[in-house]
Design a protein around this ligand. Structure first.
Ligand code: TPP
Length: 610
């Protein structure tokens, strides 16, 4: 295996074209084989095999800085930077991360996984480089999907304005999760499919190759050609208007072609976009064929999941509410909106990787009389908290946030855990927050949120399978539900939020078996708190709250504040996730490590009882 002999990117430079070709094949089968076992972003990584090799041949990492936007497509980069042996444990507990990680390698400059950031990092690093006379080169690889995020445009604007020497590699495969939502992207496709432009580009390169002072002439030559083409092709004009030179498009599956383009680009004094065309899923037939299933770690909506309960109830609710519309920021598939979009194509809006826009656009839709539902992951909603607070809440608008992947999510690590939604949403004035503990609860809550809330509301749920319960075990409206009442005067009252209700019930079983009279409540609504629940809890000497968000500033601390006034003798113990950036791992294992399993909760209660 050639791959085994690549320990650093320098090892790539000795390889000839045939060896490089064999290497690409080895990398593809190794990635397919591994991701089949571990899960992960298959399509994006298969699409950048040649591109990654070319980048590592043209630049000298880690001296030169290579930044990958989103970071989900760095498997090849990992394999070429000394992590071949660790790769089998991709995304496994104690194994390597599915994203760049500074702990793993000096070749990973940034720890990301939220899209559209690299142009801003590149701007900052270029400013610092200029200030310190550091001539290291900076390469920022960004996908056409990630380029739909506002932050990317802000970065591009500043790179062009400042004239910084940064090579931006636009990895264009025409897709985000779903096809990319962007006129710019449509124009890029027109370039891609225009033979005249492609031929002219090739002739120009050939011409330049034979000349002395190639770099300088190439620069002038391309600019002149592009000036003539400006009217015809918007993206060229778009980049150039911002002060960024455009080169391309290049065949992203031709190592030599891309390597040469990158070497040329690196000679420019200012920012350059190298537009590279790639195919998602390249070389693996099932991934090339199925646009969504094999592309990312979305693996569809799982039967019996909370997401499925949402999908079903949303379609049902929309049947009788013509004003209901749904919005997603580039994730119609994994947020469960596909059935809705199929049924109501005109009422479903994919706005691109643009969470802030999604929320303010939802505010506009609500102002105009629609009933918007924003389907979003907890970790990505965090980006749009200002919009939620000022654009939605300040105007008291009825926007419903359906927040998936809340709590400890697992395989994707620090940036994907949904630990902030309860803390942040509970500080947004007028926000009602529901947390379902079962499939049926979510269905009921969606209906209640639409029928009963007049301002902003959120329903937050985890990635896990949802417990199935009878309708007699489902609450109504904004009321909490008492699950079990202690017989006689209770010693301890457990309040378990959402999926943590099951943990609280498990802990209650342990405590009861030890002879402690225990009450359990399902709060259902994180905010506003139900006064009946608070009154009952306050009659117990000990209240233990259990949540799968940050312990500080979430549900439990609100309960403690409330009871401090009404039941000063009652002791409140708040259990939740400690503040920190937590690694990837199995959700149950991570929760147990924070003491958030039944045994941990029972121990916390028992220690205070004695
Ligand atoms: C802020 C943010 N929103 C949503 C996502 C989820 N997400 C991960 S990868 C991806 C698609 C990225 O598309 P593109 O940049 O074109 O890269 P490709 O996978 O096509 O190579 C999305 C939407 C994210 N990572 N960050």
């Amino acid at each position: 295996m050639l791959l085994e002999s690549i320990h650093t990117p320098g090892d790539l430079r000795h390889l000839g074209p045939d060896e490089l070709h064999s290497l690409t094949k080895e990398i593809r089968s190794f990635i397919v084989e591994t991701v089949d076992r571990t899960g992960g972003h298959l399509g994006s990584n298969l699409g950048v095999v040649e591109l990654t090799i070319a980048i590592h041949r043209a630049f000298d990492s880690p001296r030169d800085v290579i930044l990958w936007d989103t970071g989900h497509q760095t498997y090849v980069h990992k394999l070429l930077t000394g992590r071949y042996r660790d790769f089998a444990r991709l995304r496994q507990p104690d194994g390597i991360s599915g994203y760049p990680s500074q702990d793993e390698s000096p070749h990973d400059w940034i720890e990301n996984s939220h899209a559209s950031t690299v142009l801003s990092y590149a701007h900052g690093l270029a400013v610092a480089g200029a200030a310190r006379n550091d001539d290291r080169r900076i390469v920022a690889v960004i996908g056409d999907g990630s380029l739909t995020g506002g932050l990317a445009f802000e970065g591009l604007n500043n790179l062009g304005h400042g004239g910084y020497r940064v090579t931006v590699v636009l990895n264009d495969n025409g897709r985000s999760y779903a096809p990319t939502v962007s006129r710019l992207s449509e124009s890029l496709i027109r370039i891609r499919s225009n033979p005249i432009y492609m031929r002219r580009q090739r002739r120009l390169e050939k011409l330049a190759e034979g000349m002395p002072w190639v770099g300088e002439l190439l620069e002038r030559g391309i600019s002149a050609t592009k000036a003539a083409l400006r009217e015809m092709f918007e993206p060229t004009a778009f980049f150039e208007a911002l002060g960024v030179t455009y080169l391309g498009p290049f065949d992203g599956h031709d190592v030599a072609e891309v390597e040469e383009a990158l070497a040329n680009a690196a000679r420019f004094a200012g920012p350059v976009v190298v537009h590279v065309l790639t195919q998602k899923g390249r070389g693996y037939e099932p991934a090339e064929r199925d646009p969504i299933k094999h592309m990312h770690d979305t693996s569809g909506v799982k039967p019996g999941s909370y997401t499925e309960a949402f999908t079903e109830s949303l379609v049902k609710a929309a049947e009788s509410r013509p004003e209901l519309v749904a919005i997603t920021a580039a994730m119609p598939d994994s947020t469960g909106l596909l059935p809705f979009r199929e049924r109501f194509p005109d009422r479903c809006f994919d706005v691109g990787i643009a969470e802030q826009h999604a929320v303010t656009a939802a505010a506009g839709m609500a102002m105009g009389g629609l009933r918007p539902v924003v389907a979003i992951y907890s970790t990505f909603l965090t980006r749009a908290i200002d919009q939620t607070n000022l654009d939605v809440s300040l105007h008291r608008l009825p926007v419903l946030f359906c927040v998936d992947r809340a709590g400890v999510t697992g395989d994707d690590g620090p940036s994907h855990h949904g630990l902030l939604d309860m803390v942040l949403l509970s500080k947004v004035p007028g926000m009602t927050i529901f947390a379902p503990s079962s499939y049926q609860e979510l269905q009921q809550m969606l209906e209640d949120a639409l029928a009963l809330t007049e301002g902003p509301a959120a329903i937050r749920w985890p990635k896990t399978k949802a417990p199935q319960v009878g309708w007699d075990e489902v609450g109504r409206g904004l009321a909490a539900r008492r699950v079990t009442a202690a017989s006689g005067p209770g010693e301890v009252c457990l309040l378990g939020v959402g999926k943590m209700l099951a943990t609280a019930v498990g802990a209650a079983g342990i405590l009861e078996a030890e002879g402690h009279r225990t009450t359990v409540w399902d709060p259902r609504v994180v905010r506003p708190l139900d006064s009946t629940m608070l009154d009952d809890a306050g009659r117990h000497p000990l209240v233990v709250t259990v949540e799968d968000g940050f312990r500080e500033g979430g549900f439990g601390s609100a309960v403690r504040d409330a009871l401090a006034d009404t039941a000063p003798d009652c002791r409140v113990v708040v259990l939740g996730v400690p503040l920190g950036h937590h690694r990837h791992g199995r959700p149950d294992d991570l929760l147990a490590s924070f003491g958030l399993d039944p045994a941990g909760v029972a121990t916390a209660a028992r220690n205070r009882l004695s």
